[in-house]
Design a protein around this ligand. Structure first.
Ligand SMILES: [Fe+2]
Ligand SMILES: [Fe+2]
Length: 367
């Protein structure tokens, strides 16, 4: 199985398996049915992502680095202890070094996800308060040891079993199922994030008067440019003008990057300029618009304003993965995510409004 379908398949499969594990564990602990995580559906992407990181360790680090390193160490640094002694020391050293590696990988992912969900979504998805050796209530020693044990179980039992299951199925079907689960997770995430934004969990904290003033100060010089104002004449996502969409992306990018203590000025400016093109993409413009318009926008933006390397990266890569090369700066990742989120939200809002209008039409025609 090649690497991309394998990654999609493992991510989807273990996001589902992780959800089942968490539901059983939390429901048994709280004596009621609990749906864990941020998403509504039966998946936990943190498990899928952790499994991908562990798979990278198993395929690349363990075989290419860890095992030769331990063998070298045993050969050169150990006193002669006979074959059995040598074997035992080698096995112990290998297990120990793998345990340390798995500890940092799983605990690191848990810590980053726990802190990010608290900072960005104001949600404590799990809480280790009261546990010993606990950091930010997001990781603790007891569960980190459990993750290491699960990582070994994954390496020696679950990963080989998942591989043989994958090989027994049609690869195209497998990829389609994997992509289907990933897409479902993505749309689920957009819906849940939209709810958070609507209940102003993010904006009530970030959207203070002072932040609105600062954001206006950043974008005002750009909004005075005629090329930017002309975006108000183009419809972008059904019911939105391109200028409204660009302002949404700029504001959301500003909020996220400010929360992450990144370069929020470049993120806001890049977000505002990311779709600076002047044609109706549905009927005009070059073929393969999705792929080519980032470069057109970059050319247009460079004509009206001086850009730094972050802003150039933001505009050029905002359509990743269509643009193949991934963003280089964290600010560009934030704008790329903000743009995708705003696009999906606009289409979902427009579809909901359309459905409501057609329902009202049906009711009126019956009256
Ligand atoms: Fe775009
Ligand atoms: Fe966009």
């Amino acid at each position: 199985m090649s690497e991309l379908p394998l990654a999609v398949y493992l991510f989807a499969l273990f996001s589902l398996v992780g959800w089942v594990l968490e539901v059983c564990f939390r429901s048994a602990r709280q004596k009621k049915l609990v749906n864990p995580g941020f998403l509504a559906g039966p998946y936990l992407p943190l498990y899928g992502a952790s499994v991908l990181a562990l798979t990278c360790c198993i395929i690349h680090l363990n075989k290419g680095l860890l095992e030769p390193f331990v063998a070298d160490l045993i050969d050169n640094a150990m006193p002669p202890v006979g074959d059995w002694g040598r074997l035992l020391i080698a096995a112990g050293a290998l297990i120990l070094s793998k345990a340390v590696l798995y500890f940092f990988v799983t605990t690191g992912m848990e810590l980053v996800t726990g802190l990010a969900s608290r900072r960005l979504l104001n949600r404590q998805l799990w809480d280790y308060s009261g546990e010993v050796f606990c950091i930010g209530n997001s990781v603790c020693l007891k569960f980190s040891c459990l993750w290491v044990a699960l990582a070994f179980f994954y390496e020696y039992v679950a990963f080989p079993a998942a591989l043989s299951l994958g090989r027994s199925l049609d690869p195209v079907l497998l990829l389609a199922l994997g992509l289907g689960v990933c897409l479902a997770m993505f749309f689920d995430f957009c819906l849940q994030a939209n709810k958070v934004v609507k209940t102003r969990r993010i904006l009530s904290v970030a959207g203070t008067e002072e932040n609105h003033r600062e954001f206006s100060k950043i974008v005002r010089p750009l909004l005075e440019k005629e090329e930017l104002r002309r975006l108000a004449h183009f419809r972008h996502h059904w019911n939105k003008t391109r200028l409204d969409h660009s302002m949404d992306v700029a504001w959301l990018s500003y909020v996220i990057t400010k929360r992450l203590s990144r370069d929020y000025v470049s993120a806001a400016r890049g977000g505002l300029l990311h779709d600076l093109f002047h044609y109706d993409w549905a009927t005009e413009g070059p073929r393969l618009h999705g792929l080519r318009h980032p470069r057109i926008c970059l050319g247009n933006a460079e004509k009206i304003v001086d850009l730094n390397s972050r802003e150039r990266d933001i505009i050029k890569k905002h359509m990743w993965p269509l643009t193949i090369m991934p963003p280089r700066y964290p600010e560009a990742w934030c704008v790329c995510l903000a743009d995708t989120y705003c696009g999906v939200r606009d289409y979902l809002d427009a579809a909901r409004r359309l459905r409501r209008t057609s329902n009202e039409g049906c009711v009126q025609s019956r009256l």
